[in-house]
Every structure is written in structure tokens, then in C-alpha cells.
Design a protein around this ligand. Structure first.
Ligand SMILES: [Zn+2]
Length: 170
């Protein structure tokens, strides 16, 4: 579907470890940052497309506040509120791209990418077994999908429309 390119991992690691917090930059719409295609936002959470996707529809969900401990920096209520968004975004992504499974995980490091974020990664149907699970997420292994800017915009708009139609069960 889309070609892949090899990623400049060293430059990325340098940026992550020495640059400003990328999630805070996206939340504040820092003009020095490229457009991350935010497609959902509420008082506490934001959802946007991964700029270095290993899969089509790879999305990140983060709290707007800079929190670093995935569970410990949230009250139970705040955590569950964030997970409500993760659930809805995962379903929007799954439906939009027709994923066979959806992977959900939070990684990060105190030495870079410290701001808690959840990876929502759709696995395309028919992916060979050895290219599933961690292999489907590893930039070093898969390379990055070369998705044209207009396509990223269109995908974000479609995901945004799905989010508007989602029942949040409130
Ligand atoms: Zn931050």
C-alpha cells in the first residue's frame, strides 16, 4: 500500500533526549513542531497520529498535563477517564482501517519521551505471524510508512468524524 523508508534513529534519539517534550508541544500547538494531525481533544486528553507510523492508523493518546508515571501520576478516576478515550480511539481506529487486532501499550523513558502516552496500533489483516506483536511496532525493523501529508490529513479527518459519532457512555 505505502512504501517504507529507513528511519534516522540517531537523529530521532537525539531529538527525543535533548528537545522539548513533544506531547506538551503538540498540546500547546507549538509552531516549531510539524502538524501531528490531532483528531480528538477534550479537557484532559488528546489523540493524534504518530508522525513515524509503522502501521497505517498508528495513533497516540496522551493526557494533556505532563504526567510521567503511567498509573501513579493519576488518580484512579483520572486514569479511567483517560482509558475511556483510549477505548474509543482504539475502536475508531479499528473500524476505520479494518484492523485484525489492535495493540495498546505505554512505553516511554525518564530520559526522553517522558510524558505518558498510549500507543494504539492497528494490525492489518493477513500480517505474517513473525511480523505481528512487537515486530509490528519496531521502527528499526519495519521502517516507517511513507504516507503522503494529504493522506494523513484525510485519515485524521475520518477518525475525527468517527470520534464525534462515538458513544462515550457518559
Ligand atoms: Zn509533556
Amino acid at each position: 500500500m505505502f512504501e517504507r523508508y529507513q528511519f534516522d534513529l540517531d537523529a530521532y534519539v537525539r531529538r527525543v533526549r535533548t528537545g522539548p517534550c513533544f506531547v506538551c508541544a503538540i498540546v500547546s500547538r507549538d509552531p516549531d513542531f510539524p502538524d501531528h494531525h490531532v483528531f480528538y481533544e477534550d479537557d484532559a486528553a488528546i489523540a493524534f497520529l504518530n508522525g513515524y507510523p509503522t502501521q497505517y492508523g498508528y495513533t497516540l493518546v496522551a493526557p494533556k498535563d505532563h504526567r510521567e508515571q503511567v498509573a501513579g501520576d493519576f488518580t484512579l478516576r483520572e486514569y479511567l477517564r483517560l482509558q475511556r478515550v483510549v477505548h474509543r480511539v482504539a475502536e475508531a481506529v479499528r473500524e476505520e482501517v479494518g484492523a485484525e487486532r489492535v495493540y495498546l501499550l505505554s512505553l516511554g523513558s525518564n530520559e526522553g519521551n517522558a510524558h505518558v502516552h498510549w500507543h494504539i496500533v492497528p494490525l492489518p489483516p493477513g500480517t505474517p505471524y513473525e511480523e505481528q506483536q512487537f515486530a509490528a511496532l519496531m521502527l528499526e525493523r519495519t521502517g516507517v510508512l511513507k504516507i503522503p501529508e494529504e493522506e494523513m490529513e484525510s485519515l485524521a479527518a475520518r477518525l475525527g468524524r468517527r470520534m464525534e459519532r462515538m458513544d462515550f457512555g457518559r
